[in-house]
Design a binder for this molecule. Structure first.
Ligand code: PLP
Length: 437
């Protein structure tokens, strides 16, 4: 294929630039469940882009809503001015959030949602008079975006190391336990006791110094790691006991991935703050949000004198009108097509059965899934070189797009997926996995 553009100037994120530019994978078009490469090859999107295109590609009504909004109001400052569509979208969003989380702080991305949530938690503790509470607790293998707060609480070593002293944090152990939970279906039976580490960390640092705990209900980028039964509930109890803000980073788990609006609903545990992005606009345009408990908003807002700015934080594009228009159109699609519940029904079951049918292939050491998110973990190759990226490339050559991390392949297809697409994904992975010694 003759190159139409130069690949020189674009410094690609989280990509082996030299390797990619020598053998690029260029996607110039997408529709429904499929992306199309520059030479026209049809590729089944088994990852909804980057865990975000939940309504499937090319939803015309989202584009139309955005175009209409640009013609009406392209932009207006969110500092000291407002626009109806921002308020309308916020009201609509909180009809999906767990009870009590009825305030929305808009950002442009998941990383910014995380930074904002951490700062809201700190502002809340200050406003409450808990002036010593500054420490933040994350979890090993957690991914909370790439900004300094996010990498401080994050638990993926390559994302942290080399970036100097980070914020004062500590970390819980991750909950991946292949020895006890391999190939289990639904939430793992073993490991709820790992939540007790939070009690220990709070005792160690002193409850008067710990402001917030942040976890992904299911760790995505760390390898699709599920919370053991009872684990999240125990975190909730410990946070309540010590006046520590519990943040669920639902950038991946929100918007139907687990068969409910949020993991919080799917797992019946309500945090104090939820971060969101990706599926909130079905990936069409950047938008993130923090959903906050009313009490947090009231405490922060009422701590400042009347007429004063209460929270010194915000973005030029917080609640951008065009992103809000995209978001409203996305929510219309989710509701009209029943997409947010779909993963908890027959299609989620079929996905689970399909993945678990690979269980006896010798190169596979674990299969994890919940709703329409899943992971297949391969045995570490003898040379120690992770095999995931190689499998990603082989899948691409066979017409399926997956995500790789280490020795794990992650799947998070658009929620419009049908059984025949699942069959293709499973067959492709099966053939590739059987070829791995
Ligand atoms: N938090 C979680 C759980 C994520 O999975 C991600 C991205 O994958 C982020 C935060 C960061 O989001 P973004 O890439 O939009 O900044």
């Amino acid at each position: 294929m003759e190159k139409k553009v130069s690949y020189d100037a674009f410094w690609m994120p989280f990509t082996a630039n030299r390797n990619f530019k020598a053998d690029p994978r260029i996607i110039n078009r997408a529709e429904g469940m499929y992306c199309y490469s520059d030479n026209g090859t049809q590729l089944l999107d088994a990852t909804a882009g980057l865990w975000c295109v939940n309504a499937g590609h090319g939803r015309k009504e989202i584009g139309e809503a955005m175009a209409k909004q640009v013609a009406e109001l392209d932009y207006s400052s969110p500092f000291n001015f407002g626009h109806d569509i921002g308020f309308e979208f916020a009201e609509r969003l909180v009809s999906f959030t767990p009870p009590g989380l009825n305030k929305v702080f808009f950002t442009n991305s998941g990383s910014e949602a995380v930074e904002s949530a951490l700062k809201i938690a700190l502002a809340y503790q200050q406003a409450k008079g808990n002036t010593g509470k500054f420490k933040l607790i994350g979890r090993e293998l957690g991914y909370h975006g790439v900004n300094f707060g996010g990498i401080s609480v994050g638990g993926l070593t390559p994302n942290r190391k080399g970036f100097g002293p980070l914020l004062p944090t500590d970390h819980l152990s991750h909950t991946l336990d292949i020895a006890n939970n391999a190939f289990s279906q639904g939430l793992p039976e073993h490991g709820a006791d790992k939540a007790e580490q939070l009690e220990q960390l709070i005792q160690f640092h002193g409850a008067d110094s710990v402001a917030a705990v942040i976890v992904e209900p299911i760790s995505g980028a760390g390898g699709v790691i599920l919370p053991p039964k009872g684990y999240l509930r125990r975190l909730r109890e410990i946070c309540s006991k010590h006046d520590v803000v519990l943040i669920f980073d639902e950038v991946i788990t929100g918007w139907g991935r687990l068969g409910a609006s949020f993991a919080s609903e799917a797992f019946d545990v309500v945090p104090d703050l939820i971060t969101s992005a990706k599926g909130i606009t079905s990936g069409v345009v950047p938008l993130g949000a923090v959903f906050a408990k009313d009490e947090i908003y009231q405490t922060v807002v009422n701590s400042a004198p009347e007429g004063a700015v209460e929270f010194f934080h915000g973005y030029t594009y917080s609640g951008h009108p065009v992103a809000c228009a995209a978001g409203l159109a996305t929510l219309d699609i989710y509701q009209r097509e029943g997409l947010l519940e779909r993963a908890s029904g027959e299609i989620g079951q079929y996905f689970q059965q399909g993945l678990h049918s690979l269980k006896d292939i010798p190169s596979i050491v674990d299969i994890r899934n919940y709703g329409l998110i899943g992971a297949i973990q391969f045995a570490e190759p003898q040379d120690g070189k992770p095999i995931g990226f190689d499998i990603l490339k082989r899948c691409y050559d066979k017409g399926v797009m997956v995500r790789s991390m280490g020795n794990t392949i992650a799947l998070s297809p658009p929620l419009i997926i049908e059984k025949q697409h699942i069959d293709v994904i499973v067959d492709t992975l099966s053939n590739i996995a059987k070829d791995i010694p």
